[in-house]
Design a protein around this ligand. Structure first.
Ligand SMILES: [Cu+2]
Length: 277
């Protein structure tokens, strides 16, 4: 199934793509470059059955990216940005074990990061059960700090309407299934992969970060053409310029903060294309 931009922006079945954007803007998060990136080619074709790792950053009251489409066996790592002063976020499945209605597959384990002990701590989970996995931050669910992992198939209790067990703010934030599939879905993956590329830098492993970025760039030859189909030549040029600019910052700066800012700029730019194409 593919999901075109016109559907995403249409006022019909899923009007809240835009309202969610407004909501996020209203709470001052938009400049952080969250939400959608443009569609790229399906990651599975790249993955060649190799398990992938994606990184979701737990920022101030939102996950970046909000949603990910992954394959069974892939791992998602949640990490708090180093600039957070206090560790206070969790990634926790909607599950009765955590006093929520079930919104992950019935046969999946109840998963939760628990609270990190220190800023910068990370926690990973390998997803072995196909279906939708909806999750939230324990102290911030009512503020709309929710996210969604789609493992291969749209199935399970997560397919219930969003108002089943999710707070009103969370309902306005949660990505729709349609956003997680097809080209736009790859937006989320690309976001997670940019995060994964910069992740080692937090541990002062700049060389590893640069290697991951180069790998991502090499793969982009495979997954960009499909996305580029939908873009004008000037947009394509801008995408390439932005990627080159990010690459330059990655290779020239010694500061992880500068690198993360540049990553946010890139993600924010790609997000803006989704809404302006
Ligand atoms: Cu939180």
């Amino acid at each position: 199934m593919t999901f075109s931009l016109s559907q995403a922006r249409g006022a019909g079945k899923h009007p809240s793509l835009i309202s969610r954007r407004k909501f996020l803007g209203n709470i001052g998060l938009l400049s952080a470059g969250l939400l959608l990136l443009p569609g790229c080619k399906r990651i599975e074709t790249l993955a060649q059955n190799q398990p992938q790792t994606y990184v979701v950053e737990m920022k101030d009251l939102f996950y970046d990216p909000l949603g990910l489409t992954i394959n069974r066996g892939d791992t998602v790592i949640w990490v708090e940005p180093p600039e957070l002063i206090q560790s206070r976020h969790t990634a926790t499945a909607y599950h009765p074990d955590f006093d929520k209605k079930l919104r992950i597959p019935e046969d999946a384990p109840a998963w939760s990061s628990g609270f990190p002990e220190e800023v910068g701590d990370s926690w990973g989970h390998t997803f072995e059960t196909v279906g939708l996995h909806d999750y939230f931050c324990i102290p911030h669910e009512t503020d709309g700090m929710v996210g969604r992992i789609l493992v291969e198939e749209v199935s399970g209790p997560g397919t219930q309407p969003l108002n089943v067990g999710i707070s009103p703010a969370g309902q306005s934030i949660m990505p729709f299934v349609e956003e997680l599939q097809g080209p736009v879905g790859e937006v989320f993956n690309f976001q997670g992969r940019i995060n994964a590329a910069t992740f080692p830098w937090r541990e002062d492993e700049r060389t590893e970060a640069l290697q991951r970025w180069e790998t991502l760039l090499a793969e982009s030859d495979t997954y960009f053409p499909q996305f580029f189909e939908r873009l004008s030549e000037s947009d394509i040029q801008q995408v390439q310029d932005q990627i080159a600019a990010f690459g330059e910052v990655m290779t020239s700066t010694d500061s992880v903060f500068v690198a993360l800012d540049a990553a946010n700029d890139l993600k924010g730019f790609l997000e803006s294309l989704v809404y302006t194409v």
